[in-house]
Design a protein around this ligand. Sequence first.
Ligand SMILES: Nc1ncnc2c1ncn2[C@@H]1O[C@H](COP(=O)(O)OP(=O)(O)OP(=O)(O)O)[C@@H](O)[C@H]1O
Length: 302
Amino acid sequence: MSKETAALEAVDLGMTYGRRSGHVLRGCTFRLPTGSVCALVGPNGAGKSTLFAVAAGLRRPTEGTVRLLGSAPGEHRERIAYVAQNKPLYPQLTVADTLRLGAELNPDRWDQTAAERIAYGGGADPGAAIRKLSGGQRTRVALALAFGKRPELMLLDEPMADLDPLARHQLTGALMAQAAEHGTTIVMSSHVVAELESCCDHVLLLGSGSIRLAGTCDGILSAHSRLTGTGTDFAPHTVIEERGSGRGRTALVRPYGEPDTGVWAVEQPSLEEIFLAHLRNPGAPALFTGRAAPAPSQEAAI
Ligand SMILES: Nc1ncnc2c1ncn2[C@@H]1O[C@H](COP(=O)(O)OP(=O)(O)OP(=O)(O)O)[C@@H](O)[C@H]1O
């Protein structure tokens, strides 16, 4: 695979669930470099699970294209692991049988040690039936199947949602190790932005089915500032969100050049502040940083 091949790339991707429903995804265009650990963030109903399902080849897009590791969805299932939000497993199988099935389905790639470390790390009994496991234990088994495949790309839809804080910490470490040791690209959705900030180097923010922010966390952070002061006008900076009036005006902006520190106190907003400001202000322009930009001509690219 060439260095330029994106792990995940969408061009004008659109999706509706039937002719009468509106667009769940619309005009989504982005690229995610291989080796990235990417947070897919957005409010309930933004289209995160739909984007995963389309990328995994379970749903056909209504418009546009998506490519994974340079191929169409479903073309190289052995190289991709997808863990859906509801973590589907066979309820009648035991944990050990489930891992055996994983090994049989992935004969050339299966890593039993990696799978067992995840599945049994929470103390689950290998002989326990899946239907008798707790939500968190089921999640561990679903993630164990993903790790056991030793995939090149992991698509994880809210992988931590059912896990206790200790398990979240352990699994975050396992994901980081997977990315660092094997160069695996990981895309995971979550609503806990602080948790994602500590482990992700890329982000995709979806709002109402459209890409609002895409790129490296560092690039997105450095593209935004919080200005507070008594100036009359935030121009020439691009204002994402403005609050207050008179003596206490503050705005989250994309600075155009260095802000005038004689007029404005300049602070670095957190990623969470940046996300919330964009979601509260759907008219704010999208931003693609670095190689997230799908084409050099993309107007919003920096
Ligand atoms: N099978 C379906 N049929 C019809 N509409 C659907 C279907 N699945 C999802 N939708 C709709 O698509 C939109 C996006 O849903 P999706 O599950 O992709 O969002 P999400 O960002 O993953 O949300 P959450 O954070 O709540 O999991 C929602 O309005 C939802 O009602």
